[in-house]
Design a protein around this ligand. Structure first.
Ligand code: AMP
Length: 280
């Protein structure tokens, strides 16, 4: 396992790997890695010859009032986990490497990024697309793996890659959950035990919607109402949105189309903002 912190070193290495005909897989992360991330690394290792995991808490995707400063950073533990999961390189640059003084170019997808997360976090996806485009240019991957947990991010990246004709295969890995259903997230560590219990209502609401669809209920308003009702039983859960959308465009849907519809939830648990979703 090699740790790379400089952009030019990463570019040279990517160039060498490509010249020698090796398929490069990239897994972009912000670190504080859990099994959900490691599953992406394993998937990348199955499909590529060399796997680069980027560990970069990207300042441009956080708004000034968000948790950039307190976001967990634990590179040593991340290195050990990535080694075990089959990564070959960790790219862990400093923010000043990625955004040197005077940096002024940003990229925004303007359709898929607008609803849901785009409403409460209007600058978030601009930061995500900018950093992912930078990582693609620096690491030159043949494929890049993202998680379904961040469904809108996955859709935005797909659209960016299609629109800008990046020659990168975007692979989406399923959401990994704790045994009790809570979607794994680096932010779960902010939850106290009692908040965590209330947070379980998010996955329960999603699973209930899945069961309703299995029983034949396809109407968006019924599914959204039931999911919202489950969330509303918890005092410290503040719903930001519960929405049935097209998983590719993020546009609202009136009825479930199997495999295309996604029920997406975002909620505040006191000061912790959680998102989760299920494909119906
Ligand atoms: P993050 O470090 O939170 O930016 O996440 C890095 C990548 O891991 C993103 O593509 C996420 O969608 C993915 N990811 C995060 N949590 C999970 C999870 N529970 N299951 C699957 N993928 C995940």
């Amino acid at each position: 396992m090699q740790i790379i912190t400089s952009v030019s070193e990463m570019q040279t290495l990517a160039h060498q790997l490509r010249s020698s005909g090796q398929l490069i897989g990239l897994v972009p992360t912000m670190g504080a890695l859990h099994e959900g991330h490691l599953n992406l690394v394993r998937l990348a290792a199955e499909r590529a010859d060399k796997v680069i995991v980027s560990v970069f808490v990207n300042p441009t995707q956080f708004a000034p009032n968000e948790d950039f400063n307190k976001y967990p950073r634990e590179l040593e533990a991340d290195i050990a986990k990535c080694t075990e999961a089959g990564a070959d390189y960790i790219f862990a640059p400093d923010p000043s490497e990625i955004y040197p003084k005077g940096y002024s170019t940003f990229l925004s997808e303007e359709h898929v990024a607008k609803p849901l997360e785009g409403i409460s976090r209007p600058t978030h996806f601009r930061g995500v697309t900018t950093v992912v485009a930078l990582l693609f240019n620096i690491c030159r991957p043949d494929l890049a793996v993202f998680g379904q947990k961040d469904a809108q991010q996955a859709a935005v990246i797909h659209k960016m890659v299609a629109d800008l004709r990046f020659s990168v295969d975007v692979v989406i890995a399923p959401t990994l959950r704790e045994p009790d259903g809570l979607a794994m997230s680096s932010r779960n560590r902010y939850l106290t035990p009692s908040l965590r219990t209330e947070a379980l209502s998010i996955s329960r609401a999603l699973f209930k919607a899945r069961d309703m669809v299995a029983a034949g209920e396809l109407r968006s308003d019924r599914l959204v109402a039931e999911a919202t009702h489950i969330l509303a039983q918890h005092r410290r859960v503040r719903v930001i949105y519960v929405s049935l959308v097209n998983r590719h465009t993020m546009e609202p849907m009136r009825e479930v189309v199997p495999g295309v519809s996604l029920l997406a939830i975002a909620a505040w648990l006191d000061e912790v903002r959680l998102i989760d979703n299920i494909v119906l």
